[in-house]
Design a protein around this ligand. Structure first.
Ligand SMILES: Cc1cc2nc3c(=O)[nH]c(=O)nc-3n(C[C@H](O)[C@H](O)[C@H](O)COP(=O)(O)O)c2cc1C
Length: 169
């Protein structure tokens, strides 16, 4: 089984365990790399042409506006061929109850016929939130999800490995 992880992860100011901190590597990126290490997955990072604001509180408002508009922000690069993969993990932070709209900018471009999708979400309390529901709009075959609380990501290697080996190998 060959796995691709499509992920978005924001660097800069983030809310970690109750306070706002500056981070070099986003929480979801840590998890994406653990999945890669566990099952030899390929990674594709979704990145927007117009960056979200570095300031956490401004980003919160930008994300809310995008959600309400069901926006599809332009990406720096789009993946257009996933024919080599069986499993597609879609990993991202929970933003207002679902993935950042940038993830959907990418998913809209792909054909998931005969693929299996897996939701992975990092969060500060919402768990998997609406991730599985929203992936079902793209593919009927959605597997077991994995939710990791943001501040616990660095220490979650073995949890991620267990989930990855069970579901993706
Ligand atoms: C714009 C924005 C909206 C967020 N909304 C939620 C939310 O609705 N529920 C939640 O549990 N966490 C929410 N968070 C917290 C993030 O999901 C959490 O910090 C996540 O681990 C960040 O991942 P990243 O570093 O990969 O971007 C939000 C964070 C941001 C920046």
């Amino acid at each position: 089984m060959k796995t691709l992880v499509i992920y978005y992860s924001r660097k800069g100011e983030n809310y970690v365990g109750g306070s706002i901190k500056n981070i070099d590597k986003g929480n979801t990126e840590i998890i994406a790399e653990y999945i890669r290490d566990a099952v030899g997955a390929d990674l594709f990072e979704v990145d927007t042409v117009k960056p979200y604001d570095k300031a956490y509180m401004t980003c919160i408002e930008e994300a809310k506006a995008e959600l309400h508009q069901n926006a599809r922000p332009e990406l720096k690069e789009y993946l257009d061929d996933i024919s080599a993969y069986d499993n597609i993990v879609v990993a991202g932070p929970c933003w207002w109850g679902t993935y950042p709209m940038a993830i959907f900018s990418q998913l809209d471009k792909l054909d998931f016929t005969d693929k299996k999708l897996f939701p992975v979400m990092t969060h500060e309390g919402s768990g998997l939130a609406g991730s599985a529901r929203d992936l079902k709009k793209y593919c009927s075959d959605v597997g077991e999800g994995l939710a990791v609380q943001g501040g616990s990501c660095a220490g979650a290697r073995s949890t991620v490995e267990k989930w990855a080996k069970k579901n993706l190998a």
